[in-house]
Design a protein. Structure first.
Length: 367
């Protein structure tokens, strides 16, 4: 139908309505539209939040007999979770390039570039010098509006990262800090294209990280059996998203991301920022709240050790709700008799790294 016919049809329709004495006003149209929108929002609230527990009960069939049986019982969920991200089958098309990176002070840093056809995977790598034996590796993932060097305190004007990269290196860890797409408008734009291609930006970034890890773990200075991950904010999202799909990551620290996910995504509340009320459309993924609220995702990380860091002054969450979600997460570990493998650092600060709990946790489980 062309534009001319559309306009003509609309005029005829309006005249016909007026002939019967039924006038359509702008106010009527707006009210009807608002009412329909409210109906739809309530429908989705009911499905995503109210009905979540009952739906999840039919989709998860966990066995707590032992760790092996537990892993077997959640494997169907893991496969559905994997499909949610739809990672493309990217492959290296050339060797890993390593260049000195003097922008990071006090350490011998390298910038890694791995060509993957039309795109590339890039990261900052620091390995402790003169270590007597292979060292453990921590994937340190930056947050939104940030970059890999900030892990080492570079331009950290708000002091949210607390230079945790240097502290990891000083305590004998190698640090791999991948670059993920930063800034909300960029992620929104690329996520739109990713959806058209039946993939997701986190799925692409996950695959990039995996391929970087393949290369970095070939380095004899790194112990491939001792790999952890520690991310903040968007990097906390990456840690939560990727650990269920990458068994080489043996333990993780999630900073300023873990949440009561149903409310965080769907229910506006003055006590926290709800994603539905923001411009961050990149944070919405097809099928996420069908069965993968945060405590359920943790069951795909279990039985590996996990630390959650949440600040009571962090506006991304209302901490009592986070505490409830954490207790639901800890239940999986408790039922397996391994409750000591999951911890929560609920502190009085804000949206920030907590070296004082994160470093001892990684030392405990990776050293």
């Amino acid at each position: 139908m062309n534009g001319k016919n559309t306009v003509t049809g609309a005029v005829v329709f309006a005249v016909a309505l007026n002939a019967w004495g039924a006038e359509i006003t702008t106010e009527t149209i707006n009210k009807r539209n608002e009412a329909y929108g409210s109906e739809l929002e309530q429908y989705f609230r009911d499905y995503l939040v109210t009905q979540y527990a009952a739906r999840a009960a039919t989709l998860w069939h966990r066995s707590y007999a032992n760790e092996q049986e537990f892993l077997k019982s959640v494997e169907p969920n893991r496969e559905r979770y994997r499909r949610m991200f739809s990672s493309p089958d990217l492959k290296p098309v050339g060797p890993l390039n390593r260049k000195p990176h003097p922008a990071v002070p006090g350490v011998k840093a390298e910038w890694l570039t791995l060509p993957l056809g039309p795109i590339k995977a890039e990261a900052l790598l620091v390995i402790p010098e003169n270590a007597p034996k292979p060292v453990p590796l921590v994937i340190a993932q930056h947050g939104i509006d940030s970059f890999p060097e900030r892990v080492f305190g570079v331009a950290d004007d708000q002091n949210l990262y607390h230079d945790y990269g240097h502290q990891l290196v000083q305590n004998g860890f190698a640090v791999l800090a991948p670059i993920n797409l930063s800034f909300v408008p960029n992620r929104n734009r690329i996520e739109r294209l990713a959806r058209l291609a039946d993939t997701t930006l986190p799925g692409i970034e996950f695959r990039r990280m995996q391929l970087l890890l393949d290369e970095v773990l070939k380095d004899p200075r790194i112990d491939a059996n001792r790999v952890g991950m520690w991310g903040i904010s968007l990097g906390g999202m990456a840690t939560m998203f990727w650990m269920p799909l990458e068994p080489r990551i043996r333990c993780g620290v999630v900073t300023a991301w873990f949440n009561q996910r149903r409310n965080k995504m769907v229910i506006p509340d003055p006590r926290y920022s709800c994603f539905l009320e923001t411009k961050e459309e990149h944070a919405f993924f097809r099928g996420w709240l069908t069965e993968f609220t945060d405590s359920d995702v943790v069951s795909l990380i279990c039985p590996r050790p996990l630390l959650v860091q949440t600040g009571k002054q962090d506006g991304i969450a209302w901490w009592p709700q986070v505490l409830d979600e954490f207790e639901a997460s800890r239940d999986h570990y408790r039922k397996l008799g391994i409750a000591e493998r999951i911890e929560m650092d609920l502190h009085d600060g804000g949206h920030e790294i907590r070296v004082e709990s994160g470093l001892p946790f990684l030392l405990k489980w990776l050293k």
